[in-house]
Design a protein. Structure first.
Length: 439
């Protein structure tokens, strides 16, 4: 059965039919009645009230958290619990508007107390009201930014539109590192994944783990995409059965390669050397993308890409693409797009990351390039067998000493991916599969 990951859910329900909402709406009715009584005493010149039907959480931050770690006295051998604090804003919360999920990609340190968390900021579109579902029942309580919340398990936040006609549920999860310390290290997980055609394979996030698939396959939110023999985009929910969407008219986009999948959009390179966009996650209609430089500078082979939510702007993805171009024999060409998939300024164009004499930290040209967004950095690895990092979203690249490749890493080609749990995976053509984590 085909998966339609891009269909934005419609959150409209008859709230008065839900028993769990009766008490809340009695309160709302009282408040609305009071507001009406007050408004009726004023002239039209004194007040102008507007309510809205659309509903969304647009910003979510947590405050300072407590962290408890164990220390053993070198003199007495006794255990001591040490309490420190963690600044919540250093661990930004990602808001997935399509999947209705809110979570931190960068895991909180091990030992962080997430059973007593204050949500310092929960902003909504058009002043919607927010409630949280109790752990022991389906009852709701209004959210307070002063009271602590138990996030030892995912919590359901329900936001109501200001006109009271629509609602939307978000699953909020706080991720905590499973290991102590802040030093990154690798652990060998398997050594039997060798593939005769590894050069045409790459690693993708798949469920709570990863999967090694053909290089032309891209995936997000447990939905995979590929081009079929007719140049049309097929989808799969299991990497086995591939189908076109039922009841949808497809136009041949004359695509050369699928590049990346964002929150609500697909990106591809066309046979004409242009960047292409499908403004949905079905892949049935494609249009040319705007570029800020000549299309001859686009990569033609050895292309790698990575996408992550762009926190400074609502409803936006940061799409980074790199690969080899005929115009540059020494460096990998890098392009990026801040793609706003909704809102009044929806759109964006691809920007070429110019490599000149002032930039001595260009991404070296190499085969088997792979990119990953991990720990708020962009990581790159290829046949040069050196992990590189970009702290400025693709402009400059330097040795990633904190994320150095395993000393015993075998092979000459590699691929990376970050799974849904925010864990970094690395596979080589020797068949080795490694998991990176803080130790």
């Amino acid at each position: 059965m085909a998966c339609f990951c891009g269909n934005v859910r419609k959150f409209a329900a008859d709230l008065f039919k839900q028993d769990i909402m009766k008490n809340i709406f009695r309160t709302l009715c009282v408040l609305c009645g009071a507001s009406f009584a007050l408004t009726s005493c004023l002239s039209d010149d004194d007040v102008n009230t507007t309510t809205y039907g659309d509903v969304a959480i647009t910003q979510f931050t947590v405050g300072t958290l407590n962290r408890y770690t164990q220390s053993v006295s070198s003199s007495t051998g006794n255990d001591t619990i040490i309490k420190t604090t963690v600044t919540g804003t250093n661990y930004p919360m990602t808001i997935d508007q399509v999947g209705c999920a809110i979570y931190n990609r960068k895991s909180l340190p091990a030992g962080t107390d997430i059973a007593h968390v204050v949500c310092s900021t929960v902003s909504t579109k058009n002043s919607g009201a927010v409630a949280i579902k109790l752990l022991t029942s389906d009852s709701l309580t209004w959210l307070s930014t002063k009271d602590s919340i138990d996030f030892s398990q995912p919590r359901i936040f329900r936001v109501f539109s200001s006109d009271g006609k629509e609602q939307r549920d978000y699953t909020v999860t706080l991720n905590v590192s499973e290991t102590e310390g802040t030093t990154f290290g690798w652990t060998m997980k398997r050594n039997d994944i060798a593939s005769e055609q590894f050069a045409n394979k790459h690693l993708i996030a798949w469920g709570d783990s990863v999967a090694l698939v053909d290089r032309g396959i891209i995936a997000a939110n447990d939905c995979a995409y590929r081009l079929n023999g007719e140049g049309l985009v097929e989808t799969s929910s299991d990497l086995q059965d591939w189908t076109l969407a039922n009841g949808v008219t497809y136009t041949n986009g004359h695509l050369k390669q699928l590049i990346a999948v964002g929150t609500r959009q697909l990106f591809a390179l066309g046979e004409d050397g242009r960047m292409k966009l499908c403004d949905n996650l079905i892949g049935n209609e494609w249009e040319d993308e705007a570029l800020d430089d000549d299309a001859s500078l686009l990569p033609l082979e050895n292309i790698a890409a990575v996408v992550w939510p762009f926190a400074p702007a609502d409803y936006s993805d940061y799409v980074l693409m790199a690969g080899n171009s005929q115009q540059d024999e020494t460096s990998t060409v890098v392009w990026r797009k801040i793609s706003q998939y909704d809102g009044p300024t929806k759109g964006g164009q691809w920007a070429y990351m110019l490599v000149d004499d002032d930039n001595s930290y260009a991404l070296p040209r190499q085969d088997g390039l792979s990119l990953a967004y991990y720990d708020e950095l962009v990581l790159a690895v290829g046949a040069n067998k050196e992990m590189l990092q970009s702290v400025d979203q693709g402009i400059t690249w330097q040795t990633a000493s904190d994320y150095a490749l395993p000393a015993s890493l075998a092979g000459s080609l590699f691929s990376m991916a970050v799974d849904a749990q925010g864990r970094l995976w690395l596979v080589s053509d020797s068949g080795d599969l490694w998991l990176g984590s803080k130790k």
